[in-house]
Write a new protein. Structure first.
Length: 275
């Protein structure tokens, strides 16, 4: 296999060049996307079943490219992470989320995704602190979503940062739970307020007994640790029914509402749901 390694590489080379060329273009365009006002935030509701209302929204980045149309965050975030541009984009998103929470959502909380690259910055906590100060938002309205990746890098440092964020009055959510290097021991070692159960489990709820058992276990565990549990990517009433029956109190997904810009007609407000 080693002998043919070079040849194999040649076979894939044209595709590789194209891939890299596209990537470089996107990288260059992304560098000016904020200044050209091509980025925006959409907000997707999180619904509390018991209270029957929206309790918070997740802020999700959108990029309207001038010629390529909408580019998905799953495509451009990894590129922004590699180029370092995520630092500026992440700060921009945090600021936008703080302003939205302050002015547009009637006291509902807003959660913001934070990239591991941002988290690794020495000045991350200071950046968050200065955005909070600048926008004057009530920090209790802002939740930071982190993934397991940020925890394994350096456990002590991650603990320190999460504690500092909590000291600022923010809450912390563990995103995509169950997908990473998930070790249950993480849960107790970090001060999470919220656990987000990944969509991959939710999707299998109706067909797989084991997915159901896993979700039920995660919910029990979170309860024991006094954490708030949210199921992500809920698309059907059947999924919602199962989640409710096994004690999951908060749901997020297309069934409850798609991500939408502030003020979109399709955007349910906390009041709509309460009625
Ligand atoms: P995520 O944080 O896990 O966000 C959830 C994704 O699932 C979002 O995709 C959302 O639109 C989608 N989703 C919500 N409900 C459903 C559903 O019922 N069914 C299905 N199939 N999908 C659903 P989106 O907006 O394309 O974002 C993709 C990922 O990009 C996010 O995954 C997050 O990792 C990243 N991302 C988005 N915005 C930001 C940001 O501001 N900063 C950072 N660092 N990452 C972001
Ligand atoms: Ca998220
Ligand atoms: Ca997620
Ligand atoms: Ca994800």
């Amino acid at each position: 296999a080693k002998k043919s390694g070079r040849n194999t590489y040649c076979i894939f080379k044209p595709g590789m060049d194209e891939f890299l060329a596209r990537r470089r273009l996107i990288e260059a365009d992304l560098a000016v996307a904020i200044d050209r006002e091509e980025l925006s935030l959409h907000f997707q509701p999180r619904v509390n079943l018991k209270e029957g209302r929206i309790v918070s929204y997740e802020a999700l980045l959108r990029w309207q490219h001038p010629t390529r149309g909408q580019i998905s965050p799953s495509d451009f975030i990894p590129i922004a992470e590699q180029s370092g541009k995520i630092l500026q984009i992440g700060e921009w998103a945090l600021k936008g989320a703080c302003l939205a929470a302050r002015d547009h959502f009637g006291g509902a909380r807003i959660s913001v995704n934070v990239s591991p690259v941002q988290f690794r910055q020495k000045t991350f906590v200071e950046m968050v602190e200065s955005v909070l100060r600048e926008t004057g938002v009530d920090p209790r309205l802002i939740e930071i979503e982190v993934t397991e990746g940020v925890l394994i890098d350096d456990v002590l440092r991650a603990q320190t940062i999460l504690k500092s964020l909590k000291a600022l009055g923010l809450t912390i959510a563990l995103d995509d739970f169950g997908t990473g290097y998930s070790s249950l021991s993480y849960l107790g070692r970090f001060p999470f307020d919220t656990i987000k159960i990944d969509r991959s489990f939710v999707r299998e709820l109706t067909t797989s007994e084991s997915a159901r058992a896993i979700v039920e276990t995660i919910i029990g565990l979170g309860r024991g640790l006094k954490m708030n549990l949210i199921a992500e990517g809920v698309e059907t009433l059947e999924e919602a029914g199962i989640l409710a029956s096994i004690g999951c109190q908060e749901l997020q997904g297309y069934l409850l509402g798609h991500p939408a810009p502030i003020g979109a007609a399709s955007h349910p407000t906390p009041d709509d749901i309460a009625d």
